[in-house]
Design a protein around this ligand. Structure first.
Ligand code: 9MR
Length: 381
């Protein structure tokens, strides 16, 4: 449900059907062309949600133009999640996901897969709790997971990089989350190992990713440690995981009580990344945006601070040769998920993406371009 406050925010952000006319394309190469110079791709999430909402960027012609200009790879924002694809145990709702996949295929773009299992109880559809798992619940979970992976991976055979598991580590404690599946299968590891192994069988050429939102801000240490333990476990058990998806929602910190803008702890973050690549994992930036909740109202000041932090972050990430593709979680302020929660004190719309709500390039777009131009070549782990 969209609240009155959200609808006002959306109007403020320019998310009103038909109000967008397309400003000229930025001069010079696209972000994807710049990424290609060092062997990477640039891309974005796009959503085919209910028309007129923040999740419906694909509905917007101007937004689709931005994708065509800038991207070499797309990812569904929500359409492959269980709650979107599977209203009940036997129905699959493919149409919104198909539209995005066709758009990418027709333009020769790549596609990432988000996500085969969002390992977080909040995002499991309600029916997974009330489902009749029968006398052998573990076997029934296994059947559901295998059926899901086979159906989705086969249907979207063009997907070359899968977020097989998303957000399994509790950010506060570092422990693995318990889900309706894990509690019936004898633990989270059993579900995750099965998912990775099955995906490898069905998509042997695809990059298999564990994706999470541990970040470089202060307060993320428990989350980072939990992710390291999980990645060590995968290696110890011989589970086929190729890369860590670093979501990269940086900036103000995503919570109601966020106070600062930049609390980056670079030395600690490098130590974390060193351990990850030391275990032989590649890195992917899967959901980049720069939250500006606590920055001043003034657009120029805000945009400059967002661009400066974004550049510093991307430079650090791109200093790792194992760092691969870079995807933003939305290209325009008209449709970012951050407009829908953790509102600014001044009530103004946020500016966390490379293009403003009128589809004009902002300093963050230039910062991404500059970071890509300066990037050393990619070398896979
Ligand atoms: O941007 C997504 C938003 O539209 C959805 O309402 C929300 C819940 O499904 O998920 C958002 O995307 C999340 C992504 O799937 C996983 N990492 C965090 C993203 C932002 O919450």
């Amino acid at each position: 449900m969209i609240t009155r406050r959200q609808s006002l925010m959306m109007a403020g952000a320019g998310l009103v059907a038909g109000c967008a006319t397309m400003p000229p394309r930025p001069e010079g190469p696209s972000l994807n062309a710049l990424a290609a110079r060092s062997g990477r791709r640039f891309g974005s999430a796009v959503g085919a949600g209910r028309p007129g909402t923040l999740t419906a960027s694909f509905d917007n012609r101007a937004y689709r133009r931005l994708l065509e200009w800038e991207c070499g790879v797309l990812v569904h924002e929500n359409e492959l999640k269980w709650y979107a694809l599977r209203p009940d145990a036997s129905t699959f709702t493919y149409e919104p996901a198909d539209r995005i996949a066709s758009f990418a295929a027709e333009r020769g773009m790549g596609l990432r897969g988000h996500t085969l299992i969002w390992h977080h109880p909040q995002w499991f559809p309600a029916w997974t709790s009330s489902h009749d798992y029968g006398a052998r619940p573990a076997a029934e979970v296994e059947r559901l997971v295998v059926e899901h992976i086979d159906a989705i991976v086969d249907r979207y055979g063009m997907i070359d990089s899968w977020d097989v598991i998303n957000e399994a580590v509790d950010a506060d404690t570092g422990e693995l989350r318990v889900t309706p599946f894990s509690e019936r299968m004898g633990g989270p590891e059993a579900v995750m190992d099965l998912a990775f192994r099955r995906t490898r069988e069905r998509a042997p050429m695809a990059q298999l990713v564990y994706n999470d939102y541990m970040s470089w801000e202060a307060g993320h240490e428990a989350h980072q440690n939990g992710v390291l333990r999980l990645l060590e476990g995968f290696r110890a058990r011989g589970v086929p995981v190729d890369a860590l998806g670093v979501q990269s929602h940086i900036g103000s910190g995503n919570s109601d009580n966020s106070v600062g803008f930049d609390t980056a702890r670079e030395t600690n973050w490098r130590r974390f990344l060193d351990e990850v690549v030391g275990m032989g994992y590649d890195l992917v930036i899967t959901e980049f945006d720069v939250h500006d909740k606590n920055l001043p109202a003034d657009f120029a000041q805000r945009d400059a601070a967002v661009a400066e932090l974004g550049r510093r972050y991307l430079d650090l990430m791109l200093s790792y040769p194992q760092m691969g593709d870079i995807l933003c979680w939305g290209l325009s302020d008209s449709h970012t998920w951050l407009q829908g929660r953790w509102y600014r004190e001044d009530g103004l719309p946020k500016r966390p993406t490379p293009y403003d709500a009128q589809y004009r390039a902002k300093p963050l777009r230039q910062a991404i371009a500059d970071a890509l131009i300066a990037a050393p070549p990619r070398r896979s782990a």
